[in-house]
Design a protein around this ligand. Structure first.
Ligand code: AMP
Length: 416
């Protein structure tokens, strides 16, 4: 038997129904907030991720799926969504002549060669939004609130937005210098990864998962003390707007995020156990770094598997149970042919219908109608069909009526 590759999973049954529910809420909210769907390739030129997510980031150095295609091109399976969206934004000149904010969203699989564990896969799914073209704090507040409100809408009540500011370029340079000065005498006491990060990506040392209880990291200089006046004011305004929108947030100065392109505010959505369901930030230089026009931008991404897992504990099987409007019962050839045409008629008129496609006994058909929670049973019987009559039974009250076959669709539409 061939089994699935390590770090992947099959989506089916209850999880698949939860996935569908999540994507329905996502679609509805994206329409309400006026974000447009974008679909970009699952693989891109490797250079895209080196120049965006960062040459020295953990993702690019350790986690990407890289390969050469048959034309000797360096290809990478996308490890995240923003870089591809930005590439597409530039390549398709989505900035056009418009001055408005361009608001986009995506839902798709991402690939990272990570050590599989609970909530961590090698193929996983992200839903993300990107708002390009505005530096207004209002758009930061909008983007942060979308994620929060969607989680609430799905019934995940206990969510905290954990937020930090990395500041502008000047703030980050000043802070990086102070951080390196502080860490230099202690460098040998840090994990091997952090020793390497000291030169390549010192900010990442702050949120190292290995060294998180190390006293040295507990006493690092605080980024908040190094923010420029502009960044400080910006961060203050964003927080005020979040309060205005009733978003439950807390400041966490150790959030730096694993991707190099972030500046100013960054945040994560944490569940009650402190696990990140999603995260995002502002990335004002990414579009120009990828040869596009100067375009401030902000976005976030959710891990869908982690949300499925949350909802699995909240949503009962009953909430997700299948429900159909009608099950059509038929046994002999003549009845089956009527079932075939009648079911098409019903479905084209918007009814959710199932019928016997597997030569089942009447008893089995009644059982299946029950498992599908059919509201009505449409019982076909040759003798009655010859008179143009079918029996419709309410599957809850068990009341039956006889109807003209031609009237069934209208009757059902009026009684569902
Ligand atoms: P990131 O931008 O890396 O913080 O990812 C955003 C969100 O995607 C995280 O908060 C997780 O919910 C999810 N995520 C990231 N990596 C994985 C993974 N390997 N498996 C499952 N979910 C992931």
């Amino acid at each position: 038997m061939i089994t699935k590759p390590k770090g992947t999973y099959d989506l089916y049954g209850k999880d698949a129904r939860i996935y569908k529910y999540i994507s329905d809420v996502v679609e509805r909210y994206m329409a309400n907030y006026n974000y447009d769907l974008v679909r970009t390739p699952i693989f891109e030129a490797s250079e895209l991720y080196h120049r965006s997510v960062g040459d020295t980031s953990d993702i690019v150095t350790k986690e990407t799926y890289d390969f050469k295609d048959r034309g000797d091109r360096n290809i990478t399976l996308r490890p995240e969504g923003t870089a591809g969206i930005v590439r597409s934004f530039i390549e398709n000149k989505m900035y056009g002549n418009r001055n408005d904010t361009i608001k986009l969203y995506y839902l798709g699989t991402m690939y990272r060669y990570e050590r599989p564990q609970a909530g961590r896969f090698r193929e996983f799914t992200q839903f993300g939004v990107e708002a390009l073209g505005s530096k207004e704090e209002m758009i930061d507040a909008e983007v942060i609130s979308i994620g929060y409100n969607i989680l609430k809408e799905m019934g995940i009540e206990d969510v905290t937005v954990s937020i930090n500011s990395l500041g502008d370029k000047e703030s980050r340079e000043n802070y990086t210098k102070a951080l390196k000065d502080y860490l230099k005498p202690h460098i040998k006491d840090l994990c091997e990864d952090c020793q390497n990060r000291f030169n390549t990506n010192p900010l990442r040392i702050i949120d190292c998962k290995v060294d998180k209880d190390n006293e040295i990291l507990k006493n690092v200089p605080k980024i908040g003390d190094y923010l420029s006046e502009t960044s400080k004011n910006r961060f203050k305004k964003v927080k005020e707007l979040l309060t205005l929108l009733d978003i439950d947030y807390e400041i966490n100065e150790s959030i730096v995020r694993g991707l190099d392109y972030y500046n100013e505010n960054v945040w994560e959505y944490l569940n009650k156990e402190g696990l990140a369901l999603g995260g995002g930030g502002r990335y004002d230089t990414l579009v120009s770094n990828l040869d596009g026009p100067e375009t401030p931008a902000v976005g976030f991404a959710f891990g869908i598997e982690r949300i499925i897992n949350e909802l699995n504990n909240i949503v009962s099987d009953n909430d997700l149970a299948k429900r159909i409007d009608a099950y059509i019962l038929s046994v002999n050839e003549e009845e089956k042919m009527h079932a075939l045409t009648l079911s098409q008629d019903m479905r084209l008129n918007g009814l959710m219908v199932e019928t016997n496609t597997n030569n089942l006994s009447l008893k089995s058909q009644f059982k299946i109608a029950d498992t599908l929670n059919a509201t009505f049973l449409v019982i076909l019987n040759s003798e009655k069909l010859q008179k143009g009559i079918v029996t419709v039974k309410d599957n809850a009250t068990k009341e039956e009526i006889e109807l003209d076959e031609a009237e069934v669709v209208d009757w059902l539409l009026g009684n569902i």
